[in-house]
Design a protein around this ligand. Structure first.
Ligand SMILES: [Zn+2]
Ligand SMILES: [Zn+2]
Length: 183
């Protein structure tokens, strides 16, 4: 009789322990699941904010009128100007003093290249040279671009025509040779 009683108590005890372990296990499981979800929502929130900030377009302002949005940049100095400040000549836009500089100069074609999406480097080098020449030597360079759609290959080809003033030609050649990247 007592043996049976003890066995019953033992079985109940073991059952109680098993249930307790299962309960604790479940609690731990849900605790970690909840934490993981929270860290996920945290991640989403921290990821979303910078994207939302980035998607706001950064409006360039006119360098003469700080309260007016810029339309585009000058083909000579690359500064941004509003439509009041820009002068159009052919397909190019200039700030007023640089339109005069362009019209008064004897411009010659320095180079004519084609860039493709797979090899944009060549074009980038000219934009870098242009920036450098203007910044360091006040030598203007004008880069004309036009695009042609190749129907056969369904690609857009970019053509760059680089113009420099006749008097600057020698210097620009020397400078780009010095750069060791173009020609
Ligand atoms: Zn300008
Ligand atoms: Zn302006």
């Amino acid at each position: 009789m007592t043996d049976k009683y003890f066995t019953l108590i033992l079985v109940v005890l073991v059952l109680a322990i098993v249930i307790l372990i299962a309960l604790v296990g479940l609690m731990i499981f849900f605790f970690f699941k909840f934490q993981k979800q929270q860290s996920l929502t945290n991640n989403v929130q921290t990821n979303v904010t910078p994207i939302a900030k980035k998607s706001l377009p950064e409006t360039r302002m006119c360098s003469v009128h700080p309260d007016l949005a810029a339309a585009t940049s000058c083909a000579v100095c690359d500064e941004y100007f509003c439509s009041n400040c820009l002068r159009q000549h052919e397909n190019l836009y200039f700030c007023s003093p640089h339109l005069h500089l362009f019209l008064e100069g004897q411009w010659k074609e320095y180079d004519s290249i084609q860039t493709s999406a797979s090899d944009p480097e060549n074009g980038v080098r000219y934009y870098e040279l242009k920036r450098k020449l203007w910044r360091d030597q006040n030598i203007p360079m004008v880069i004309l671009t036009h695009y042609k759609i190749d129907v056969d290959t369904d690609t857009i080809n970019t053509f760059l025509k680089v113009l420099v003033r006749e008097n600057d030609m020698k210097y620009v050649k020397k400078e780009s040779a010095h750069e060791g990247r173009i020609h």
